[in-house]
Design a protein around this ligand. Structure first.
Ligand code: NOJ
Length: 551
């Protein structure tokens, strides 16, 4: 394994409050999660990303903190969190947490003080305007739920800026005290033992907001500064950023252009996410080929984080209208499945009609593409969504552990659960749960375990270079390869439903005992690579050659 642990990590994203409840109050907690670490270790997860864990009124699922130096008491105590870090470390699992410092909750003592008087020491920690800014109805992130980005505060007698909901006032990044505080927050959690941060809303954190200017400049130097700080405090800490911007704007998030990756280590690949959805919907890999070709070159140490589902809606806003319509028609045809006019609030299994082959294909593809895979809890057992819940809560239902009441998530009265468990239909916990799948070697869970084990033996995916294999292919088939000092992996994924045959004989000269290492079914010997069978929605991961060299 290379020095940069994050390049070969398998990241698992979960919300502590919907994962496992140890004390029967209906809300998941750290002790419950500790009890599930063995499950995660067996799955092959090497890094947990915890959605926000701080005290919060929870108007935006914790992305509205009232204290950055503590944990939400519903989840346990700081002591429980430290124990979680210890227990995870014992199993070789790292933990990163959400760093949500673009804004605070409006209930945060800093904002309460700031609004109370122009003389408050915290007044300049937020962004104010004396008069209604002309651009106040622009730049909303949650159209339909959010109507403006500047709101008048009667107590402050001034307008404050909020890129997100009005209860999330933006911190003023131009204030050196705010910058110092953000660094202090990172120091605190690094000192406790986290391995880094998933940084929320990075393009907005560095926005130098000016009333009336909807295209405020950005201060990328802050990212350089923060990276320096974090790295000095803990050499192997990682920053994983959410920066959902156009691809040509991404390189500056990784580094200042001097060739060194001196800002963010890893960025979520939102563009690839939309293109993957389009490729699956159209049964045509063309957009993935484009993505592999167009991806900006990353500085040393820069890495993509790939994902199919996260805790938000699938954002299709960077696709063209035609492309978006195709994805919506296939995967979110009902208006109730759509959100913000740009996305889909569903989990993957129901989007793919609970078709096991299709689900495997999609995840095999994601995990084989360049970057570090991020998996959302529950996807490994094929959980569904509850469209009766508001907005993004549809995909934030409790983890389905067993056949027991409340899916084994909690012993609380069902009325008291943080959110109802899914208890009906094909995705009800009676049919989809860990217990049912744990002992079944043919289950989706067992498949994920096997697939991740295979990934462990293919460091070229995370640390090597990935490219499209540009030879004639049957319709619907993507062929790509990953190369590194340890050898070469070749991947075939059939997005279509027809059985096909693929000719990769041009690679034969490079091959040294080529062998299938992961397939959807038995295909027999790979032979001379000239007549590779591939079923509808089938996939083959082939090790072409392996060397003893390491990174
Ligand atoms: C992005 C997060 O992923 C989302 O869940 C949240 O609502 C916003 N940032 C605001 O923090």
């Amino acid at each position: 394994m290379g020095d940069r642990w994050y390049s070969e990590a398998v990241v698992y994203c979960l919300d502590v409050d919907t994962y496992a409840d140890s004390d029967g109050d209906g809300v998941g907690d750290f002790r419950g999660l500790i009890g599930r670490l063995d499950y995660l270790a067996r799955l092959g997860v090497t890094c947990l990303w915890l959605n926000p864990i701080h005290p919060s009124p929870n108007q935006d699922d914790g992305y509205d903190a009232t204290d950055f130096y503590n944990v939400d008491p519903r989840l346990g105590t700081l002591g429980d969190f430290a124990e979680l870090l210890h227990q995870a470390q014992n199993r070789g699992i790292r933990v990163i947490i959400d760093l949500v410092v673009n804004h605070t909750s409006d209930q945060h003592p800093w904002f309460q003080s700031a609004r109370s008087s122009p003389d408050s020491p915290y007044r300049d920690w937020y962004v104010w305007a004396d008069h209604a800014p002309a651009d106040r109805h622009q730049g909303m992130v949650f159209p339909g739920e959010q109507h403006e980005t500047w709101t008048y505060d009667r107590t402050a007698k001034a307008w404050y800026y909020h890129r997100f909901y009005e209860f999330q006032p933006d911190l003023n990044i131009e204030n050196p005290k705010v910058r110092a505080e953000i660094k202090k927050i990172t120091s605190f959690w690094l000192q406790l033992g986290v391995s880094g941060f998933r940084m929320d809303a990075v393009p907005f954190i560095i926005e130098q907001t000016e009333p009336g200017n909807p295209n405020a400049p950005k201060d990328f130097d802050f990212l350089t500064d923060l990276r320096q700080h974090v790295q000095w405090r803990r050499g192997d800490a990682v920053l994983l950023a959410e920066a959902n911007v156009e691809p040509d704007q991404l390189p500056v998030y990784f580094g200042d252009g001097s060739g060194s990756g001196n800002r963010i280590h890893m960025l979520f690949d939102f563009m690839l996410n939309g293109r993957l959805m389009l490729a699956l919907a159209r049964e045509d890999p063309e957009t993935i080929v484009d993505a592999l070709r167009d991806t900006p070159k990353l500085p040393t140490g820069g890495q993509w984080a790939t994902f199919l589902r996260n805790h938000d809606e699938i954002d299709l806003s960077r696709l063209t209208a035609d492309q978006r319509n195709d994805v919506l028609a296939k995967f979110g045809p009902d208006e109730s499945m759509q959100l913000y006019g740009r996305g889909i609030r569903r989990r993957l299994a129901p989007m793919l009609g609970n078709d096991r082959r299709h689900i495997e294909l999609a995840y095999a593809l994601q995990f084989s593409l360049r970057g570090t895979p991020v998996l959302r809890y529950g996807e490994e057992i094929g959980m569904g969504e509850n469209l009766a819940l508001d907005g993004r809560n549809a995909i934030r239902t409790p983890m389905q552990w067993s056949y027991k009441e409340n899916a084994g998530f909690s012993t609380a009265d069902p009325e008291k659960l943080i959110r109802p468990v899914i208890d009906q239909g094909d995705f009800g916990y009676q049919k989809v749960n860990v217990t049912a799948q744990r002992g079944d070697s043919k289950s989706l869970l067992a498949w994920f375990e096997r697939m991740i084990r295979t990934l462990r033996e293919a460091p070229e995916i995370g640390s090597g270079s990935t490219s499209h294999i540009d030879v004639p292919m049957p319709a619907g088939v993507l062929a790509h390869r990953a190369d590194g000092p340890t050898g070469t992996m070749v991947f075939l994924h059939n997005l279509g439903t027809e059985d096909v045959e693929v000719d990769l004989s041009t690679l034969a000269a490079e091959a040294d005992l080529p062998i299938d290492v992961l397939t959807d079914r038995g295909y027999g010997d790979v032979g001379k690579l000239d007549r590779l069978k591939l079923g509808g929605h089938g996939y083959r991961w082939i090790r072409l050659c392996r060397s003893t060299a390491s990174y």
